[in-house]
Design a protein. Structure first.
Length: 579
């Protein structure tokens, strides 16, 4: 829900702050006052295309900020968190700046995001409908989605089954296509796979052997130094050297002296244990070094053989993987692939049998969904014709075409759905987008929204002058329907409506009047929230034109009293429904 909108240096707007309310927010004003500028600015913060030419004259950038309450939209909160946007208390602040070089900076709760991300978020925040912008309701590709939404849970269940079945059919088709490629290519692939498998198997690789061989190679390359230092270490421990007595002899003498000391002063017993431990470890070390020296001649391999083996492993690494584990994994996968190719005909037959069963199951589910769509189309047709009859279009004929193609395979089923309509008796129904009158288009849009309004999670709807061509009793019905959308159980919606109709304005929960004022440096748009008196004055102007008379004043008062009575009656009915 939109709580607050701040606009700076956009078109005729210098600085504008608007606090929107729940329920029905109505925007009125003289023709050309700039009512739609506010909606145009709002579309910017929702991620729609921006143009640097809309920057206020003499300014370097324009900025639009929107504060939204999304606490009742868990799916949107989850999407924001997936983008890394910090969320607190269900509040979402979107900011968009466009400078005079056309550069965009978009932020969500302080985090810089892309325009694409901003658009993805904006699409779930506000649904905007204008006289010439029919949005998704008039796009044929979305008619099936609307029909299935009207079909409810049963329709959703069938669609999920259809999507899963279509996915399995696609998987089998890909396997078949893989096996049915050019015969020569298959033969070449079999030969290549067999060569690679043989090459890896011939190497008889063992995981970790390359690391062992590298260690052994390092020893062989430094053999003389290793022998010299090992011999020197053994000589230091046990050798006979007049200039330097062996370490073990010195440690033995130290242990003997420490023993005598400990006999006199028992506090040295712990230190004696330490010396004895060092002597024991040193003796063990000398035995290990002597054994290492004796084995050195026999344990080491031939350097040429090791380098040859490492060269073979390095070659296989370049071709099949960065280590031996990957090379062996590649060989296993290649063996499976080769086995499939060798058993091609058998596998093809198996896949075709599986495909036949999957296709039969898909056709069965598709036919069930088709029958459900026919029933749903009939019910939706009646609902839409009833809505249009209340809007003085009682002669309107609605057709919902559901064409079934048994050869079609799609995640959406085998049906093509299109809404058709005829507004005049004797005329064949045509696609919605080809209905001629702007007023008729507006009423069809409102009827569809009245039916489908509660089937999505978007909490805010904007109607930008969709009442063109409507007057009289129809205008009153339109006003009541728009107001009903804002309070329909189980949850009310926020409606923002730009209108010329006093009937709609009288129904508002919050009324804003837009004024365009001449200033010393140009023109400025002002956005004024009206109190009850201001609302009555604006209704009088809308009823009487430039001159407000006693009759228009009384008529405005009468309209306000009637709207309050209608709202009170509807609220009483809705309270009963909720209870």
């Amino acid at each position: 829900m939109l709580r607050n909108l701040v606009v700076n240096d956009y078109a005729l707007i210098d600085h504008l702050v608007v606090d929107f309310h729940p329920g029905l927010n109505v925007i009125t004003g003289e023709t050309g006052a700039g009512k739609s500028i506010v909606i145009d600015a709002l579309t910017l913060v929702l991620g729609n295309r921006g143009n640097k030419t809309n920057i206020r004259q003499g300014k370097g950038k324009m900025t639009v900020q929107g504060l939204f309450d999304v606490s009742d939209q868990p799916a949107l909160i989850q999407k924001c968190e997936a983008y890394g946007i910090p969320m607190e208390d269900g509040q979402l602040i979107l900011i968009r700046e466009i400078d005079d070089r056309g550069r965009n900076i978009c932020r969500a709760n302080g985090l810089i995001i892309t325009v694409t991300q901003l658009k993805a978020i904006g699409d779930e925040l506000i649904d905007i409908h204008g006289q010439h912008e029919h949005q998704s309701l008039f796009k044929r590709e979305n008619h099936r989605q609307l029909l299935d939404a009207f079909g409810g849970e049963k329709s959703r269940k069938y669609r999920d089954q259809i999507a899963a079945a279509a996915g399995e059919i696609k998987r089998i088709h890909e396997l078949i296509a893989e096996l049915e490629t050019n015969e020569r290519e298959l033969e070449r692939e079999k030969e290549a796979l067999q060569f690679e498998i043989n090459e890896i198997e011939a190497a008889a690789l063992v995981v970790g052997e390359d690391e062992e061989l590298e260690g052994e190679k390092r020893i062989l390359e430094n053999r003389e130094r290793l022998f010299a230092h090992t011999s020197r270490a053994y000589e230091l421990l046990r050798g006979e050297n007049a200039e330097q007595p062996p370490i073990l002899d010195a440690l033995s003498l130290l242990a003997a002296s420490m023993t005598e000391i400990a006999k006199i002063d028992t506090s040295f017993e712990e230190r004696l244990e330490t010396v004895n431990g060092i002597l024991s470890e040193t003796e063990n070390l000398s035995f290990e070094i002597r054994s290492y020296l004796e084995d050195m001649e026999y344990s080491l391999g031939d350097l040429d053989e090791i380098e040859t083996r490492l060269s073979i492993i390095a070659k296989l690494k370049r071709k099949y993987g960065h280590d031996i584990t990957e090379i062996l994994c590649y060989a296993r996968e290649s063996s499976i692939r080769l086995k499939n190719l060798l058993n091609r005909d058998e596998n093809l037959q198996k896949y075709y049998q599986e495909l036949s069963g999957l296709q039969d199951n898909y056709n069965k589910i598709s036919n069930n969904l088709y029958q459900l769509r026919l029933k749903t189309a009939s019910a939706l047709k009646k609902a839409l014709e009833n809505e249009l009859a209340e809007l003085a279009m009682e002669k309107t004929q609605v057709e919902i075409s559901v064409e079934h193609d048994p050869e079609r395979v799609s995640v959406h089923g085998q049906d093509l759905v299109e809404f058709l309509i005829s507004v005049n008796p004797g005329q064949a129904p045509k696609p919605l987008g080809k209905v001629a009158s702007g007023g008729e288009i507006s009423r069809i849009m409102l009827s569809l929204k009245s039916i489908f309004g509660n089937l999505d999670a978007i909490e805010t709807m904007v109607f930008d002058e969709i009442d063109t061509g409507i007057s009289g009793r129809t205008a009153q019905v339109v006003a009541e329907k728009i107001q009903a959308l804002s309070v329909t159980p189980p949850r009310g919606r926020q409606i923002i409506c730009i209108t010329h109709l006093p009937q709609i304005a009288a129904m508002s929960d919050q009324h804003f009047m837009v004024q365009k004022l001449a200033q010393n440096e140009g023109v400025e748009v002002r956005f004024l929230p009206l109190d009850e008196k201001g609302k009555k004055e604006e209704l009088s102007r809308m009823l009487g034109g430039a001159e407000v008379t006693r009759k228009t004043w009384e008529h405005a008062q009468e309209m306000l009293e009637l709207s309050q009575k209608i709202k009170k009656t509807k609220k009483s009915k809705e309270d009963k429904i909720l209870s």
